[in-house]
Design a protein around this ligand. Structure first.
Ligand code: ATP
Ligand code: MG
Length: 162
């Protein structure tokens, strides 16, 4: 009997451990200067919370040109790069780590496509964006980018556990 119980425990423990170790997915969100300046921080956060994303870290900052250039380095050389850097440094931004199931894809869905003109009603970019160069929010586009972008702005100790 004892050995039967032991066998059951040994078989079940890796499954229990795997379930316990399942990390919550995280993504980086930025509420951009246009949306901060027009007073829409609170409403935009409601879109995230209503769709099941939790805030795990947040800070309001004014990006330096160097930070904005580094953060959007993948777009260096594109015709809109300088405008993008000027826009992202034009006023304070709210930078957040959001977490939840499928956080990266979920956040992109809540935001809508890059160009507000293509976005459906009820998405943040439709409801608060002006045009492709002033589209209210940023969200990481993959798990890999999310990891890099979160560590670009936050130390581990600044991210809370819920
Ligand atoms: P973000 O990275 O800000 O979340 P995104 O991933 O939807 O946006 P990207 O292709 O990464 O889109 O472009 C980064 C940002 O550069 C866009 O959010 C937009 O503000 C700006 N941008 C992209 N394409 C254009 C364009 N054709 N003209 C003007 N600005 C653009
Ligand atoms: Mg992008």
């Amino acid at each position: 009997m004892k050995s039967y119980l032991l066998a059951v425990l040994l078989c079940a423990s890796p499954l229990l451990a795997a379930e316990k170790a399942q990390p919550v997915e995280r993504t980086l969100s930025i509420i951009k200067p246009d949306a901060v300046a027009s007073g829409h921080i609170g409403e935009i956060i409601e879109y995230f919370e209503h769709d099941g994303l939790k805030i795990a870290a947040a800070k309001l900052v004014r990006l330096t040109p160097e930070q904005a250039r580094d953060f959007y380095a993948e777009h260096k050389g594109r015709p809109f790069y300088n405008d993008l850097v000027n826009y992202m440094t034009s006023g304070p931004v709210l930078i957040q780590v959001l977490e939840g199931e499928d956080a990266v894809a979920r956040n992109r869905r809540i935001m809508g496509p890059t160009n507000p003109a293509d976005a459906q009603e009820g998405t943040i970019r439709h409801d608060f964006g002006t045009d492709i160069g002033h589209n209210a929010v940023h969200g990481s586009d993959s798990l890999n980018s999310a990891k890099k972008e979160i560590s670009f702005f936050f130390k581990d100790s600044e991210i809370v556990k819920h």
